[in-house]
Structure formats: structure tokens, C-alpha cells
Design a protein. Structure first.
Lengths: 331, 298, 306
């Protein structure tokens, strides 16, 4: 697994806003991060923090009449946000692909599973019908679906949730993309199936140079699979670190809160579970200053007035928190 | 070390002042819908015509005046006259009373029978429901207009029979609609809870179920009034609805057919009246549906 | 699917029986003597007695119903008091005309309505969408007989391009079909639009987009194919409604179909004919609904492969 110094994908200042009757909601508010070839990057945060929207913005899958996307997304020397729709379309599914959260609803109910894989192959790899079908069956085999020739001719409703997610993975891998966005790939599945899917993803990653952006709220999955982690809160990046460092030395109070709230299987049943008090802010009414301060146990005066700057501690290590700035003096 | 359980009153997030009740949001949405607003205005004009007909038009709209027969629109007769020399404008104005009466009557019949039967059928299920459903199936085995036609064949012609026939043909629609809603609502937890504490059935139906059925009923009623006017006009056109000399838009069209060749205006204006009236109910009904019941299939 | 088929077939039996019951009692709900009613106003007392015995009207009700059903099975619907021909013959002569008209209308309606609805859904809030929405609203608010008269005034009387009524060449078919289609095309366009909008917001459409499929493929292969399932159901039901709407259109254009027959019979108080034609209409409508259900089952793989 080579990790070159040039990032494969470089997101700079991404801002995505939705225009609704109640006002403009900025779901992604100035997000930057890089993805390098061959790595697994964990994108972590609570529901509604903007992590899915970030992925959808990169792939430009949002409704253009209702959304405004600003910033830069550099990939292979081009800014994806500047490409015209036809060029973008050719990148989707072939160079960058996505795995979605809900396997139950993300597959077309009236097309066979094999056809849904084959159509990408016919389009991007220019295979003819026969070869595409054969490769589709092969893909099903790769994702460890038994009796793939039979399954390929079946409709999604005949498959279980775990199998459907495998099909989604097969679809995403079929054209050998260099980058995959996996949006909560295991959230909708049973715990035991989750473990199987994670193992499958790890297995598939071995020996390939494909990068994965693993979007999840589950820190356990992150610990297992990711090499680096980016933590998001209310549309902004609050912390970034290599995975081991994040778990051992989280700097942002939110990250610390998340880690503390993981229940320990050996803890006494009678002890209270730790939680981060309060709720995620309504994006229409964001608090002044640091967006996390109302829930932060270590909030200072400045936190209530001004938004903290992003402080770069080392390469690939940064925190957006006044506390860190205090330690280090001025940025 | 601060207390980890922070009192959230100390933060400076504004509380959610704009949270409206779901019906409050609905009204706001309705007001934004320009088409529905237009429909509402048309409807008010229509009701105004109906109520104000004696003021807006002096004289007897049905009194023949053969000297002025079939005159085109002019200064004296704003919309012209029909074959018996009667002012078309006057007949249309008085006709709006008739059609409004029919619309209200028809929907009244539909609601009067449809809602209670639907409520009972959906709530009690079992044999009652089965029988009622088979009966509804039977009635729905005929397209609406045809059913009304058949009933007119049995009951006879005239205003009252028109209302009854069309009304009866609408009852199965209301039964189906209400029953469908009731079936969903009765599975809600709060209904089960009410039954668990021994609340009387009648109380549950009236206080818990009925309010939730009001939204689709209202939509159906608005659309149904439009349909009623169309059906009544259809029967009138065929000569088996409201009988002359009572001014009814459909029968006006029916008798205008003979004069289409030279005097198209006799047929044009009553048709426009029907069209505008039905359009207003449809615009309003659509707006109501978008605002209060967006997932409905009607 | 076989299960589904059988269940549906079984379900129409009570409906069919119900229709016959309804019509059987319809006759007896009329004021006066049923035999007199059947014989018509022109009949002599002797004729009335013949009818009474023929129809078994002197026997108890359940025997009457049984013989009514028996006669139905043998396609004996009585004799028209107006023309003195067997009812079944008159119906048989006129029915194909109505079916032809309805088929033309539904074809026209689908040919224009479905594409219009798709375009409106794919470009929401564009001028096409507004046009389709407004045109649809107009279409469902317009009385079909008025539209027919207006079209007749413009195309037959003023422009003299098309005949004003009757049957004969394809030219005679144009105005009645267009008139009849107007309401339905509006309804189908609206249904298509809302079904497409719903499908386009589904997750699997986002998945299809993320695979980089061409927009046309997404709209037709992924979205429309799914949306067609409920649309087909609606189209089928509309066909049934068309049979009812035909009554008015046939009257306007003097089209010799079943609808006009019913109207003439009602005006002439020809009750055997009224009963017979409404029965046939009901049967036809039920049959159409059954076909729609079966098509639905066939097209949706979730039901087909159950």
C-alpha cells in the first residue's frame, strides 16, 4: 500500500447550502480534508453533522436547483465542482463510486441484481452484454455471495439486507474506482452482519490501491478499519488525527465526549452511561462563537464569542478549539 | 472541574419559536399556494353570485321573451339571450344557485351516510365490515356517472332526485376513504391506549379517530363538489336532471345544441360557468391536499 | 402469482353476483307493476300478461332471481319495449362502437399524457411543468359535453374540417375520441407527474446517478419503469370511467354506442334495455378492473415472483 505525498482528493473550503422555505441551511460550512491513495479515511460525526452531505457534494449528487456548493474539490488535477455535468457523470461509478446506507431502498426493485451491476460495466468498461453479465456474476462472487449465477438473475426483494449491501459493494467496485465513499455501510444492518461486511471490506481492500472514505458514527468501525480520522460537528471539521492518536489523545472536547460515551462491555450495569449533554444545534439557529460550546464542559468565555480557528499541530493533525490554542499560545 | 451536566438555559441558542402545530403549518402552506388562493377567490365570487343573484339580476330569469330570442351579446343583454329570449347572464346567475345547492346537497348526502358507515366499518371490522365492504364493492362496480344514471332511471328526474342519485353514487367513495383512514389510525398507540383504559367506543371514535380523518374528508369534499356539479350538468344536458324551466347550466347547454349552427354563444357561456365553478373547487381541493394531506393518493 | 390470480378471480364472483342482484331489484323498485313496466307503455293488457308469465313475475322472489340468473347465463336479457328487438341483440350491435371509442381515447390519452407527465416531473417548476399542470387542471374541470360542443363548433361548423357526428370513416372518430380523451389525458398527466416525482426522490435513483448512468437511462429505465406500475393501474381504472363518460360524448356526436343506447332507453322508459345495458357496462368495468389487477401483478416482479 503506497501512500504518496500528493493527495488523491483534496477538499478545500467546501460549503454546501440548501435553500428551503424556512431559510438557507448550511449543512457543510467550510470543510477541508485530503484523501490519499490507498488509505481508509474515517469521517466521523453524529447524524446531521454534514458528513453524508460532504460525500454527496463531492460527487455532485445533490439537487442543483435547491443547493449551492462552493469551494474546491481537487481530484486528478481538476476541480470537480467546475466540471460540466457530462464530465462529472463519467467520473461517477468509474473513478469515484459510492456505497449507500440503506440497502433495502438503494437497489432498484424492478431490475435484477445482476443487471444493476452489469449496466455500470456496459457503460464505463464498454463490455458487451454477455461479458458484462459474466463479470457481474464474478463481482458477486468477489463479495462472497453464494450461488452468484442464480442470485444475479434475482430481484432485490429476494435478498436479505446483508446480501443487498454486498451487492451495493459489488456495484461500487465493479469498475475499479480509485476512491469509494462508503456512507454508513453497516448502520442499517444487524450487528453480526455488520461484522461480516466490515470483514469483507477489509478483505477487499487488501492488495488494492483504492482509497475509502468511511462515513460513520460508529467509532468501533473506525477503529477497526481507518488509518486516519476526520471528526465533524455541525457542518465543520473539529479534529483530524491518525487513528491511534485520536483514540489515545483526542484534543477536541467533542471527540473526547464521543470516546467517553462508548459503553464498555465490562462496566457495571448500574453505572450511568456517559453522554454529551444537549442536542445538535438547529442549523437555522447556530449558536454564536464555537458551535459546540453550549454542550462543552470546558467552555471558556472566548468560546461563546468567537469561532475557534483551525490549529495545525503536526502534519495531518489539527484541532478547532480554543483550548488547544491556549496550550500553544497564538496560532 | 465544572459539573458535566450543563444547564442548557445558560447557552445562547435561540429557542425554536417558529415551531407551529401541523395544522398551523398547513394553513401557512395553503396561503402560499397561489393557485389555491385563486381557486378560493373564484369560489367566493361563485358563492357571491349565488347569494346575490336577485340583486345582480332583476326580474324572472325563466320568463320567456320571444321577441328577443337568440340575440347575441349586446348592450341590453350582456351575454345574449337563449331560444326563449331569456337573458343568459340572468340564467347563469340563478343557475349558480341551483348548482351550488346541488353541490352542497350531494356532498351532504355523501358525508351523511359515508362517514358514519365508514367509521363503523373500519372501527368494528369483522362481519359488519365484511358486509359493508361487499356492498361498497357492488356499488363501485359501476363508474360513478353510470351509477348516478341508473339511480335517476329508478327514481325519476328533477332537482331532488338529481341530488339523491349523485349523492348516493358518492357514498361508497366516502366509505372507502374514511374506512381506510380509520384502519390506519386505530392501530396507533394512543388509540390502543385509550381502549386499554376502557374508554367507550363512541368517545374513541369521535374524539380520537374522527379529527384525524377530517383532512382527507375535506379534500375529498372540495373535489367532490366539483364532480357533483359536473355530474349534475351532465344529467341536465341529457335531459334527465334538473328540469326546465329551472335554470341549470347543464340543461341550458342541452337545449342550446339545436342552435349551435348560428348562435354558438348560447352554448358557450353556460359551459364556461360550469368550467369556472368546477375549476375553483379543484384548485382549492388541490391546495388543501398539498397543504394538509400531501401523501394522499386521491 | 398463481395465488394472487386465484384470489382475484374469486373476489369478483361476489361482485358479479352483487351487480345482478342490484339490477334485479332495480326493476322491482320502480313504482307500479313490473310486468307493465317491462312491457312498456304501449303494451296492451294481454301483452302485459304474456310478459308476466314469460318473466315468471307471478312466482316468489327467490325463484324469480334464480330464473333471472338462469336467463342471464343464456344471454337472455329480455326484449326492448322500444324496438321490440331482443336486448342482447341491440347491445351486441352497439357495444363494439363504444369499445372502439374508449380504446381510441385511452390510447390518445396515454400517448400525450404519460410523456407530458414525465417531462413535467423531470423539470419541476419549469414552464413545461406549469403548462402541464395548468392544462391538466383545465382538463379535469371541463365538462366533457361542453368541450365536445365547442370542438364541434370550431372544427365541424366553422372550419368544416370534420363531420359533426355519426359514424363512418376515421374522420368521424376524431372529434369524439379527442373529446373523450381530454379529461383522461389530464388525469393521466397528473398521475404520471406525481408518480414520477415520488420515484425520482427514491434512494435507488440516487444510486443510479452515483453510478454515472446517463440521465435518459435514469429517467426511463430506472424511474419510469417503476412509476409505470401505479400508472398502469390508474390507466386501467380510467378506461372504466371512459366507458361511463362515453354516455355524454356519444350523445353529443350522435355516436351509435352503448352509452347513447342507455340514454335513449331512459328517456323512453325502456326498462329491460336499461337493465340490460347497465348490467353489461358493469360487467365490462369489472372485467377491466380484473385485467388491470392481473397486469399489475405481472409487471411488478415483487408480486410476480412470490
Amino acid at each position: 500500500m503506497k501512500v504518496t505525498s500528493e493527495p488523491l482528493l483534496s477538499i478545500k473550503g467546501l460549503k454546501t447550502s440548501f435553500h428551503t422555505h424556512d431559510g438557507t441551511i448550511t449543512a457543510v460550512d467550510g470543510v477541508d480534508f485530503d484523501v490519499f491513495a490507498g488509505e481508509t479515511l474515517g469521517l466521523v460525526g453524529e447524524s446531521g453533522c454534514g458528513k453524508s452531505v460532504t460525500a454527496l457534494s463531492v460527487l455532485r449528487l445533490l439537487n442543483p436547483s435547491m443547493t449551492t456548493i462552493r469551494g474546491r474539490v481537487d481530484f486528478n488535477g481538476k476541480n470537480l465542482l467546475d466540471l460540466d455535468p457530462e464530465e462529472m457523470r463519467m467520473i461517477r461509478g468509474s473513478t469515484i463510486s459510492m456505497i449507500f446506507q440503506e440497502p433495502m431502498t438503494s437497489l432498484n426493485p424492478i431490475l435484477t441484481v445482476g443487471e444493476q451491476i452489469a449496466e455500470s460495466l456496459r457503460l464505463h468498461e464498454k463490455l458487451d452484454n454477455k461479458k458484462a453479465w459474466k463479470k457481474a456474476i464474478h463481482m458477486l462472487e468477489i463479495v462472497q455471495i453464494p450461488s452468484p449465477e442464480i442470485r444475479a438473475g434475482q430481484y432485490p426483494h429476494k435478498l436479505s439486507g446483508g446480501m443487498r449491501q454486498r451487492v451495493m459493494i459489488a456495484m461500487a467496485l465493479s469498475c475499479n474506482p480509485c476512491l469509494i465513499f462508503a456512507d454508513e455501510p453497516t448502520t442499517a444492518l444487524d450487528v453480526t452482519i455488520q461484522a461480516q461486511i466490515i470483514r469483507l471490506l477489509e478483505h477487499l481492500k487488501k492488495g488494492s490501491n483504492t482509497s475509502i472514505v468511511l462515513i460513520t458514527h460508529d467509532l468501533g468501525v473506525v477503529a477497526q478499519m481507518a488509518s486516519r480520522v476526520v471528526v465533524m460537528y455541525a457542518g465543520r471539521v473539529v479534529e483530524e488525527a491518525p487513528v491511534v492518536e485520536l483514540f489515545h489523545d483526542a484534543r477536541h472536547p467533542y471527540t473526547r465526549g464521543l470516546l467517553k460515551s462508548i459503553p464498555v462491555i465490562t462496566q457495571d450495569k448500574k453505572t450511568r452511561l456517559n453522554e454529551i449533554p444537549g442536542i445538535v444545534p438547529n442549523l437555522l439557529y447556530m449558536p454564536k462563537g464555537c458551535s459546540f460550546h453550549p454542550r462543552c464542559s470546558e467552555a471558556m468565555d472566548i468560546c461563546k464569542k468567537e469561532s475557534p480557528p483551525m490549529i495545525h499541530l503536526k502534519k495531518n493533525r489539527r484541532v478547532a478549539c480554543w483550548l488547544t490554542s491556549d496550550d500553544y499560545g497564538e496560532n | 472541574m465544572n459539573n458535566i451536566y450543563i444547564n442548557t438555559k445558560n447557552n445562547d441558542i435561540e429557542p425554536d419559536e417558529d415551531v407551529k402545530s401541523s395544522s398551523g403549518r398547513g394553513w401557512a402552506k395553503l396561503k402560499r399556494n397561489k393557485a389555491a388562493l385563486m381557486g378560493g377567490i373564484f369560489l367566493l365570487i361563485y358563492i357571491g353570485c349565488a347569494l346575490g343573484a336577485p340583486i345582480l339580476f332583476r326580474g324572472d330569469p325563466s320568463a320567456p321573451n320571444l321577441m328577443d330570442s337568440l340575440s347575441p351579446p349586446c348592450a341590453k343583454y350582456f351575454l345574449g339571450t337563449d331560444e326563449l329570449g331569456r337573458s343568459i347572464l340572468g340564467r347563469i346567475l340563478y343557475g349558480s344557485r341551483v348548482s351550488l345547492m346541488i353541490a352542497v346537497g350531494v356532498v351532504g348526502v355523501g358525508l351523511l351516510f359515508g362517514v358514519p358507515i365508514g367509521l363503523i366499518s373500519g372501527y368494528y371490522r369483522g362481519k359488519t365490515d365484511f358486509i359493508i365492504q361487499r356492498f361498497t364493492d357492488m356499488m363501485l362496480a359501476f363508474p360513478g356517472f353510470l351509477l348516478a344514471l341508473a339511480l335517476v332511471a329508478i327514481l325519476g328526474v328533477g332537482l331532488e332526485n338529481t341530488v339523491i342519485s349523485i349523492g348516493i353514487s358518492m357514498v361508497p367513495l366516502y366509505i372507502r376513504l374514511v374506512r381506510g383512514c380509520v384502519l390506519t389510525i386505530r392501530e396507533e398507540v394512543y388509540v390502543k391506549a385509550a381502549r386499554a383504559i376502557g374508554t367507550k367506543d363512541r368517545h374513541i371514535i369521535l374524539r380520537h379517530i374522527l379529527p384525524n380523518v377530517l383532512a382527507p374528508i375535506t379534500v375529498q369534499t372540495s373535489l367532490g363538489m366539483g364532480t357533483a356539479i359536473l355530474f349534475a350538468a351532465g344529467l341536465g344536458f341529457l335531459g334527465i336532471g334538473v328540469q326546465p324551466p329551472t335554470p341549470e347550466w347543464g340543461s341550458m347547454l342541452g337545449s342550446a345544441r339545436a342552435y349551435m349552427m348560428g348562435k354558438p354563444h348560447v352554448a358557450t357561456f353556460p359551459g364556461i360557468a360550469i368550467f369556472l365553478a368546477v375549476l375553483s373547487f379543484n384548485l382549492l381541493g388541490d391546495g388543501l391536499r398539498d397543504a394538509f394531506d400531501p401523501r394522499s393518493k386521491i | 402469482m398463481l395465488n394472487f390470480l386465484l384470489k382475484r378471480l374469486l373476489a369478483i364472483i361476489p361482485v358479479l353476483l352483487g351487480i345482478t342482484l342490484l339490477l334485479f331489484f332495480m326493476l322491482r323498485m320502480l313504482p307500479g307493476d313490473p310486468a307493465q313496466v317491462l312491457a312498456g307503455q304501449m303494451a296492451s293488457p294481454a301483452d302485459v300478461e304474456i310478459i308476466r308469465v314469460q318473466m315468471g313475475l307471478d312466482k316468489p322472489v327467490y325463484i324469480q332471481y334464480a330464473s333471472f340468473l338462469n336467463r342471464l347465463v343464456h344471454l337472455d336479457l329480455g326484449v326492448s319495449a322500444r324496438t321490440q328487438n331482443p336486448v342482447i341483440e341491440e347491445i351486441w350491435a352497439k357495444l363494439p362502437n363504444t369499445v372502439l371509442l374508449a380504446l381510441c381515447a385511452i390510447t390518445l390519452a396515454c400517448a400525450f399524457g404519460i410523456p407530458a407527465g414525465v417531462i413535467a416531473a423531470v423539470r419541476p417548476y419549469s414552464w413545461v411543468d406549469y403548462l402541464v399542470t395548468i392544462a391538466s387542471l383545465f382538463g379535469i374541470s371541463m365538462p366533457v359535453f361542453w368541450l365536445g360542443i365547442m370542438l364541434m363548433i370550431v372544427f365541424s361548423i366553422t372550419l368544416q374540417w370534420l363531420p359533426a357526428g355519426g359514424i363512418g370513416t376515421w374522420k368521424h372518430l376524431v372529434l369524439p375520441s379527442v373529446t373523450l380523451a381530454a379529461f383522461v389525458v389530464a388525469f393521466i398527466a397528473r398521475m404520471t407527474r406525481s408518480c414520477m416525482l415520488e420515484v425520482l426522490s427514491q434512494d435507488y435513483v440516487t444510486t443510479a446517478r452515483s453510478k454515472g448512468l446517463k440521465e435518459k437511462a435514469i429517467i426511463i429505465k430506472h424511474a419510469l419503469k417503476n412509476a409505470l406500475i401505479p400508472i398502469i393501474t390508474v390507466v386501467g381504472l380510467q378506461f372504466g370511467l371512459l366507458l361511463g363518460g362515453a354516455v355524454l360524448t356519444e350523445t353529443v356526436f350522435a355516436w351509435p354506442g352503448l352509452g347513447r343506447l342507455i340514454v335513449d332507453s331512459i328517456l323512453a322508459r325502456d326498462y329491460a334495455m336499461i337493465q340490460g345495458s347497465i348490467l353489461i357496462f358493469g360487467l365490462l368495468y369489472t372485467l377491466v378492473n380484473l385485467v388491470v389487477d392481473l397486469t399489475y401483478a405481472f409487471v411488478d416482479p415483487r408480486i410476480r415472483y412470490e
